[in-house]
Design a protein around this ligand. Structure first.
Ligand code: GYE
Length: 343
């Protein structure tokens, strides 16, 4: 009997359920119909809502390269719907460290920065790691004994740039049939990755050529004004002995050229001029014949940065090293059809 009552009760319930069920099914189908017709079948991304918050500490505004790099990162952040907190450190490491601390306090999704020099980042990066915020190195590397403080590096192969600069010089010395080549080097910021690696690539490549001598290497800090000062000092010290100026960036080269001309020397003819970056102004001067060779270093790292940051936010693994493709522009080629450089 208990069973029957139970059966009756359960029968009544199931009758009730089936009525409710039919109503629910109707509501559900109506909802689905509305959803499909207005496109709410999946969770829509709100175009006004950023996909991620990226804190980026830029070194400064020392060169056309750097300004082009900042602009590219801003443009690509817009393209990818990334909200960018951009801080310019005005060439000071302590400003970069303070910016990274602000990004941590703000709880950004991802931190990116271009370290002005390689040393001295462990503490602040440990703080980012403790806060669970992934860090991307852009353009330059750091030197650390600690594992896992950063996720990846997106930047040029500076060693290869130095190699390409030296290979050009060896070809040029061959074509001019030079039996000795005295080089002065105006280097980028001491202890920065491009300075160290461009120098290493260049030195390693000329090492086996007995014609090559580096008279002096001097720190021009990637700045135009320093390029001019360095060149003045080098001309006062070595005068006519200088056969080649190897300058680590266009800005310093553009600073050095008027000093050379003022001394009555013709750059590009009396002295071989080799530069790195490939900004429009240097390419124009190369086409005028006052620079002999410019090794390209592209500042356009924004796209790779946004794609990597989005992957990190999505919990995906990323490539530990992304190098853009780069080339050499020189007086060995016709540059008339070269597309505008964009920086
Ligand atoms: O060559 C120079 C700049 O780190 C690659 O920094 C960059 C260098 C670039 O300011 O112009």
């Amino acid at each position: 009997m208990g069973n029957k009552i139970t059966g009756n009760i359960s029968g009544a319930k199931s009758l009730k359920r089936s009525k409710t069920g039919r109503l629910a099914a109707l509501i559900l189908s109506l909802a689905l119909l509305i959803c499909f017709s207005v496109g709410c079948g999946k969770k829509e991304e709100n175009p006004n809502e950023p996909r991620l918050l990226l804190g980026f500490s830029q070194i400064g505004s020392e060169s056309a390269w750097r300004i082009g790099n900042t602009r590219d990162i801003e443009e690509q952040a817009d393209n990818y719907g990334v909200s960018l907190m951009l801080e310019n450190a005005n060439q000071k490491q302590e400003n970069q460290i303070a910016a990274i601390r602000r990004f941590i306090a703000y709880k950004v999704d991802v931190i990116a920065f271009s370290p002005i020099v390689e040393e001295g980042w462990d503490n602040v990066l440990q703080e980012a790691a403790d806060a669970g915020i992934p860090v991307i190195l852009v353009d330059r590397d750091i030197n650390t004994q600690k594992e896992g403080l950063t996720t990846c590096l997106i930047g040029a192969d500076f060693y290869k740039e130095g190699v390409m600069a030296a290979e050009y010089l060896i070809r040029k010395a061959d074509s001019l049939e030079l039996d000795h080549v005295n080089i002065v080097e105006i280097s980028g910021t001491i202890n920065s990755t491009p300075m160290r690696q461009r120098q290493a690539g260049f030195y390693d490549t000329i090492a086996n050529d007995p014609r090559m001598t580096v008279l002096e290497s001097i720190d021009g800090d990637f700045l135009k004004s320093r390029g001019a000062e360095c060149m003045k000092y080098l001309l006062e010290t070595y005068g006519d002995d200088i056969d080649v100026v190897f300058s680590h960036n266009d800005e310093m080269t553009l600073g050095a050229l008027p000093v050379i001309e003022k001394a009555g020397i013709t750059p590009g003819k009396d002295i071989i001029i080799i530069s790195i970056d490939g900004g429009q102004e240097a390419i124009n001067v190369l086409m005028e014949g006052k620079i002999n060779c410019v090794v390209e270093c592209t500042p356009k790292l924004g796209k790779a940065l946004m794609e990597t940051a989005l992957k990190l936010k999505g919990g995906e693994t990323v490539d530990p090293l992304i190098h853009p493709e780069e080339q050499v522009f020189s007086d060995e080629m016709d540059l008339n059809d070269l597309a505008p450089r964009g920086y």
